[in-house]
Design a protein around this ligand. Structure first.
Ligand SMILES: [Zn+2]
Length: 342
């Protein structure tokens, strides 16, 4: 089986973010890639460079206004006297009206949910390649591979149709799902990242061709706070096509697997033609975010349960931050997944 990854994805190198108001080193570091690549190799996967798929698959789920913003904002920002090196917003609309600001500062607040997605010189390039990685992994499955792994970095599941947030710019899982729909009638996205996949939920909230299911730390006291609650079930045609399973802080393997069984039952009822797994490894007990307590062997058990669905599956990397076991956790997941699904 194949891992997709392009070196350009390492060029995005954010320096800091604000945590409880204090500047901290940004945890979404290029070093993550080295650990994840060695984890994928240890699981026996071949590393393949993705094709450059351009902006077509990205514009299938993101607005042209937002794509244009991401492509040009860094250069525009440099022309503001005294501005920061990286684009970081300092004003946000409480509610959106019909108006769209012309200024770079106004647009940054409009298109960025928080301070954890600073945009530097190479961010757009890295985000585009991360999206192409997801598309190439989807195409491998569409061409007959049982499954594939997209080493997407920067990650994607906090990115909405026209908003970046939480280290994410383009929603790679959403892009993969939309691409799979070229062949499939229905696609499910199962998000096992520590944090709720709010961008993915928002993107498909009124649709019934994409089921979105997320297991995550309860947002009542955890990022992303405003989304991920159990009563968010979809709207309009999408009502009943979104399932959130928030878990108490520090929940371990058994509780996670219990929620996963509920998630899998919902996926089975949807009877999709293909599956996207939004694979965060930050539910790990030693992850710096410390929200849940999944163990290294626990990731293999999670993968085995998902692999038992025997669906054509694209595994898309989301979170999972620097700790000694980051690579081992990926190896554990990919080995567990491969054991059941071939
Ligand atoms: Zn996360």
């Amino acid at each position: 089986m194949k891992t997709f990854f392009a070196d350009e994805q390492k060029r995005h190198d954010p320096s800091f973010f604000l945590s409880s108001g204090a500047p901290q080193p940004n945890p979404e570091q290029p070093e993550r890639v080295e650990r994840l690549l060695s984890g994928a190799r240890a699981a026996g996967l071949e590393i393949v460079r993705p094709k450059d798929h351009g902006l077509g698959p990205v514009s299938a789920v993101h607005t042209p206004e937002y794509i244009d913003f991401l492509g040009r904002i860094h250069e525009r920002w440099q022309r503001i006297e005294g501005a920061s090196k990286e684009v970081i917003p300092n004003i946000h609309p409480i509610a959106r009206t019909g108006s769209y600001p012309a200024s770079a500062v106004g647009q940054a607040g409009y298109h960025m949910a928080d301070t954890s997605c600073p945009i530097s010189e190479h961010t757009f390039e890295s985000a585009c390649w991360s999206a192409s990685t997801a598309v190439s992994a989807a195409e491998a499955v569409m061409a007959g591979d049982a499954w594939s792994y997209a080493l997407c970095r920067p990650p994607g599941h906090h990115a909405f149709r026209d908003v970046a947030g939480g280290f994410c710019f383009f929603n790679n899982s959403g892009i993969a799902a939309e691409h799979l729909l070229k062949d499939a009638k229905r696609v499910a996205i199962l998000d096992v990242d520590l944090h709720h996949g709010n961008g993915t939920q928002g993107m498909f909230y009124e649709r019934r061709d994409v089921l979105t299911v997320s297991i995550h730390a309860d947002p009542v006291r955890f990022y992303p706070f405003f989304w991920g609650h159990a009563d968010e079930r979809g709207e309009g045609f999408g009502l009943g096509y979104n399932l959130n399973l928030p878990l108490a802080r520090k929940s371990g393997d058994d509780i996670f697997l219990y929620a996963l069984a509920v998630a899998i039952r919902r996926v089975e009822a949807f009877s999709p033609d293909a599956l996207v797994v939004a694979l965060g490894l930050d539910a790990f007990e030693q992850d710096p975010f410390g929200g849940l307590s999944v163990s290294t062997p626990g990731f293999a058990r999670i993968a085995e349960a998902i692999g038992a669905l025997r669906l054509p599956t694209v595994i898309v990397q989301e979170g999972g931050y620097l700790c000694d076991e980051l690579g081992d956790n990926l190896t554990s997941f990919l080995t567990g997944f491969g054991a059941l699904s071939g």
